[in-house]
Design a protein around this ligand. Structure first.
Ligand code: ZN
Length: 459
């Protein structure tokens, strides 16, 4: 047996949604072939993980790597490298920041081709649902998108208009449901946000606090209500991205109890930062929906602990520094860069007391990997078990250090976490048995990541 094993990770603490157990893990042909208390065979490469946790590769279903078209904002190479340095092994790229945006099958194929050359980790692709592209949805499904992304407010990108009226969203959901496609929505109510913005601008306001007041939690709740009602009526599978508030999660839980096929994503920044960071840090902490008051941040941790949140995505959404600089906070491009430091800080904070300690790692293994794989139908991803892709990271949970800007691998070295103390250090990241990141260094000369289409349609 020993001549067919490529890699054995020995003596690590293997994390699954069911618990943490001391085990060896064997890899052959890019797959996990055995997880057992002790593996007696030998392998071409053996790594002693004594004192380390073997954590499932983080599956980040929400990134904006902006390529093709706006590679100067981030790009697939730098974006995927930063993700790998943070323990990520797969991402799904959003459709809007590519030029042209991914709203038909040809654009899916184009992005796939570029990512197959440049991505360090495995990847999938979101298609876009915009007004007028219903006739393109079947083609995108056949090209292997994991779902369709729609904005219920303006997206900020003219070529990617929002589906801002309920009638158009309803038609889109009907069509998606018939095709077995999931719809993900950015849930903020356009009419309410616009009215508040116009009023604030009319008063000549330009400061961060005034901007925050244009996107109160009611803006998010109104959109979640609309989306969940339409999903219930149309039978469309719905995924609400970047939910920022515990009340938003509660609305989604209610819809689940009514039988609506809906899941909730939140992001590390809503759990790690609050609205004071917007005032204090400025542009690097601007995103929509915005960071919330401290009590809401704490409420989101409680929702997480009860299992009411399904997945966590980074919503890594960078822009060139020039677009993040203005005396007028309203005109600064929104989006937080967090793919590299967000997840490790989240694991660190959970371990520090955001969750009961014995439950934090299993719960995060579900939210960051297993649940993502299940929702987006990635059959071989998300679990440290025989038969799954050998995607994992080795984490040192007792390595207190200060997160530094200089360590960021983003195209633009910016983000809201620099200077924060983090207990967790990512020692190594492995994708399908190949080390892509180790001790601060990105591997070179290895094949690029693979495109992962969903294995089944939603029934
Ligand atoms: Zn996003």
């Amino acid at each position: 047996m020993s001549d067919r094993l490529d890699l054995i990770i020995r003596h690590g603490s293997v994390v699954t949604p069911e618990g943490v157990s001391r085990a060896d893990l064997a890899v052959a042909g890019g797959r996990i072939v055995q997880v057992a208390a002790s593996i007696t065979d030998s392998a071409a490469q053996e790594i002693d993980a004594t004192g380390l946790h073997v954590f499932p590769g983080i599956l980040d279903a929400h990134v904006h790597f902006n390529e093709p078209g706006r590679a100067e904002w981030e790009g697939l190479s730098t974006g995927s490298s930063s993700l790998a340095a943070g323990g990520g092994t797969w991402f799904c790229d959003m459709p809007l920041n590519s030029t042209p945006p991914v709203i038909d099958a040809a654009r899916v194929a184009e992005k796939r081709k570029i990512a197959e050359q440049k991505s360090l980790v495995d990847f999938s692709i979101w298609g876009g649902l915009v007004p007028g592209n219903l006739d393109q949805l079947a083609g995108m499904r056949d090209a292997g998108v994991i779902g369709l992304k729609a904005f219920m407010c303006g997206s900020g990108i003219d070529e990617f208009p929002g589906v801002t009226d309920a009638a158009t969203l309803r038609e889109g959901m009907k069509c998606a449901a018939a095709l077995g496609l999931l719809v993900a929505v950015h849930a903020e109510d356009e009419a309410m946000a616009q009215a508040l913005t116009v009023a604030a601008r009319g008063r000549g306001e330009t400061d961060p606090r005034s901007w925050l007041a244009t996107r109160p939690v009611a803006v998010e709740l109104a959109a979640i209500r609309t989306a969940t009602e339409l999903a219930g009526e149309t039978g469309c599978a719905l995924h609400i991205v970047h939910v920022s508030s515990p009340d938003g999660i509660a609305l989604i839980s209610e819809a689940k109890r009514r039988g609506v096929n809906v899941t909730a994503e939140t992001c590390p920044h809503y759990l790690l930062l609050n609205e004071d960071d917007v005032i204090r840090q400025g542009a690097v902490a601007k995103c929509t929906p915005p960071l919330r008051p401290e009590l809401m941040r704490q409420g989101l941790w409680r929702a997480l602990a009860t299992g009411a949140i399904d997945t966590i995505g980074s919503d890594h959404s960078p822009a060139p520094p020039a677009m993040k600089t203005s005396a007028d906070f309203f005109s600064i491009w929104g989006g937080i860069s967090g793919a590299q430091h967000g997840f490790q800080l989240l694991i660190s904070e959970a371990w520090n007391g955001g969750l009961p300690r014995d439950r934090s790692l299993p719960l995060l293994a579900a939210l960051l990997a297993d649940n993502v794989a299940k929702r987006f139908r990635l059959a071989r991803k998300g679990r440290l078990a025989a038969g799954y892709d050998a995607d994992f990271s080795l984490l040192d949970l007792n390595a207190p250090h200060v997160l530094k800007k200089a360590d960021l691998l983003y195209r633009h070295v910016q983000g809201p976490y620099s200077g924060r103390e983090c207990r967790v250090r990512v020692k190594r990241t492995v994708v399908r048995g190949r080390t892509v990141y180790s001790e601060g260094l990105i591997a070179s000369g290895i094949p690029a990541g693979s495109f992962v289409p969903p294995t089944t349609l939603i029934p």
